[in-house]
Write a protein that binds this ligand. Structure first.
Ligand code: GAL
Length: 634
């Protein structure tokens, strides 16, 4: 498949006289795609029921005539002000009970039936008009579900929909009371209409109640997205994408992904390093203008799984962003490196955000490929360079990996609901295992939690999966390769109770978690063979093989055949050792990499990505600072 570049463009922000020149410059730069429309509702429908298509017709025609393919976004992330007059109660409500206001974006509650109706109406109108337009080559539903903390809403609409959802799921309040253990503090219900949302309780709400609400909220996003995809498909054969984000776990992306043709995500490496990673200040300093060396790759692999092989970058950081605590300027070369790293992981397209920096409103400090005065910014030249390189590179196939990591959204909800130690965060745990594999120079696939076939993977990791699904348990039992499960895996039932017999209940492994402890960050538990458990460890009773112990004698890693259970959260030293031993035993070639240098094999090439601000030597080759190097594989 030919890999391509694109850009996000807002024709409604610029005088019409400028569109043709913009389009010509995009094409000349070597861009293929232009995404438009996702925030333009107030121009498409200035007053309720009166559509103004003329400008959008002309914008699409102008871009298409320049040879660009258009990704058309549905504008539902930004309902216009008049919508509130029609549906004053459509606004989301936060956990403190405060109604969120108009004046930015994403101010709707996923559960509001009136707003769903309005969304269906505008999506129908848009799809009807442009579904067969030859320039519309893909669609995007809404924009970044979950951005600005918008999945969980405690509105009246959510309450009503939650009660309906509970009635469907449990059928009777007796069943619900039993499943949740509501006898515990006399929390039993006799009618679904008595059940509230799990906020503003005196102390913590029943975790089973919270988990049910989290599942419900995720289902609401899935249903809302499906409403849109069902409509678009009636009028168009073009593929449909949504643009997901970095480290957003509030809804099950695998479930939304099932209704989409392409997964895409919005990659802002410097913003993410600044605002959503548990790393040392030294690490932040070192990579301040490059981004974390593993965070992008993790999401590339995740969204390749969510998209069942088809995935894009819908928004790629081009220069400083505006929204992180600090907004550094990327090192020259990074806008090229980030794009190539995505392609090496199988991205079909990389679209930069945005064409021209806006001189007005919220994001005026956010760079684009062009400055506000239309002069090229740094990333403009780098995008052009990537376009030329792509033209010369016939293809970049996404290769299969020997190792896989299971990723599960429900586990993120579970351990937020009952962390038991304030550092126990599911994403953090899964990402630390992913990093460990990357430090060893490995290609990694991410698998969904209901995966029933582990295929030819030589090593599968499943840390922190709150409830192992039946298909995955079966697959683990049948698997010929090695697996590493735990810590804290299979520790809850689906209804968020502690299972008896006690966890981990793994096929063929006689091990029981007798008790657990969480630890402050400065209380490590040393392991016999080196390194430590941090944050969390478990006391295992076992008749399985004890592979290693902590220095106080507790089993740390146990095994039965290829199946391993890890009884704590390993630090880097322990993880590197454990992974290396497992890889060596299974014939997986590891290549421990220097800090900041990362590697990925495609089907045809080996790529090196140097996230350091200084050059790195690799054998005969010097990889420049913020540079990419590739060589053909034999
Ligand atoms: C994304 C969003 C864009 C823009 C961008 C700025 O989260 O989808 O519309 O706001 O961030 O970095």
């Amino acid at each position: 498949m030919k890999r391509t570049l694109g850009v996000c463009y807002y024709p409604e922000h610029w005088p019409e006289a400028q569109w043709a020149e913009d389009a010509a410059r995009m094409a000349e730069l070597g861009l293929t795609w232009v995404r438009i429309g996702e925030f333009a509702w107030s121009r498409i429908e200035p007053v309720p029921g009166r559509y103004d298509w003329a400008w959008l017709d002309r914008a699409i025609e102008t871009l298409g005539a320049a040879g660009l393919k258009v990704v058309l976004g549905t504008p539902t992330a930004t309902p216009p002000r008049w919508m509130l007059d029609r549906h004053p109660d459509m606004l989301a409500v936060d956990a403190q009970g405060r109604t969120r206001g108009f004046g930015s974006r994403r101010h709707y509650c996923f559960s509001h039936r009136g707003y769903r109706h309005e969304s269906a109406r505008i999506v129908t109108a848009l799809a009807e008009r442009y579904g067969r337009n030859p320039h519309i080559a893909a669609w995007q539903t809404d924009n970044e579900y979950g951005c600005h903390d918008t999945v969980l809403s405690y509105s009246d609409a959510a309450l009503k929909a939650f009660r309906d959802w509970l009635a469907q799921r449990y059928q009777s309040t007796e069943a619900l009371n039993r499943a949740w253990g509501n006898i515990f503090w006399s929390m039993e219900y006799s009618s679904f209409d008595d059940i509230g949302l799990p906020n503003l309780t005196v102390t913590e709400a029943n975790p089973a109640h919270v988990m049910a609400f989290r599942r419900f909220a995720s289902d609401e996003v899935v249903g809302y997205n499906r409403l849109q995809t069902d409509i678009i498909r009636k009028f168009s054969d073009a593929p449909i994408a949504h643009n997901y984000m970095g480290r957003i776990t509030e809804f099950d992306h695998f479930a939304t992904g099932a209704d989409l043709d392409i997964a895409s995500w919005d990659a802002y490496p410097l913003g993410f390093l600044s605002d959503r990673l548990e790393v040392t200040p030294e690490h932040k300093r070192r990579f301040v203008r490059q981004g974390d060396p593993d965070f992008q790759a993790f999401h590339h692999d995740l969204y390749r799984a969510v998209g069942r092989g088809r995935w894009w970058i819908m928004e790629q950081q081009p220069g400083p962003v505006n929204w992180a605590p600090w907004n550094a300027d990327p090192l020259p070369g990074m806008a090229r490196l980030w794009a190539w790293e995505a392609f090496a992981h199988g991205a079909e397209a990389v679209c930069y955000f945005r064409w021209r920096q806006a001189p007005f409103a919220q994001e005026q400090m956010h760079a684009g490929l062009l400055r506000p005065d239309s002069a090229p910014a740094q990333a403009f030249h780098e995008a052009g360079e990537v376009a030329k390189e792509l033209a010369a590179m016939p293809d970049v196939d996404a290769a299969r990996a020997d190792v896989a990591l299971v990723f599960d959204y429900a586990s993120a909800w579970a351990w937020q609901t009952q962390p038991q130690g304030q550092d126990f965060d599911y994403f953090r745990l899964a990402f630390s295992f992913y990093r460990g594999l990357r430090r060893l120079g490995l290609n990694i696939d991410i698998l969904p939690p209901d995966c029933g076939d582990l295929g030819n993977y030589k090593l599968v990791l499943a840390p922190g999966i709150a409830t192992l699904s039946a298909p995955l348990l079966n697959a683990l039992a049948r698997h010929n390769g090695a697996s590493l499960v735990g810590p804290r895996s299979n520790a809850k039932t689906v209804e968020f109770a502690t299972p008896v017999p006690l966890p981990p209940n793994l096929p063929g492994l006689a091990a029981t978690v007798a008790r657990v402890e969480s630890l402050p960050p400065d209380v490590p538990v040393p392991l016999d063979l080196g390194g430590n458990f941090l944050h969390w460890r478990e006391k295992l009773e076992t008749e399985g093989t004890v592979v290693e112990r902590s220095t106080d004698g507790w089993p740390a890693l146990v095994a039965a055949g290829g199946l391993h259970y890890l009884a704590g959260w390993p630090d880097e030293t322990a993880l590197d050792r454990i992974l290396t031993t497992l890889c060596d035993a299974r014939g997986i070639l590891v290549d421990p990499l220097p800090e900041g240098l990362r590697r990925r094999d495609s089907g045809t090439h080996r790529f090196w990505f140097n996230y350091n601000a200084v050059p790195v030597e690799r054998g005969e080759v010097t990889i420049p600072a913020a540079g990419v190097y590739w060589e053909k594989l034999d």
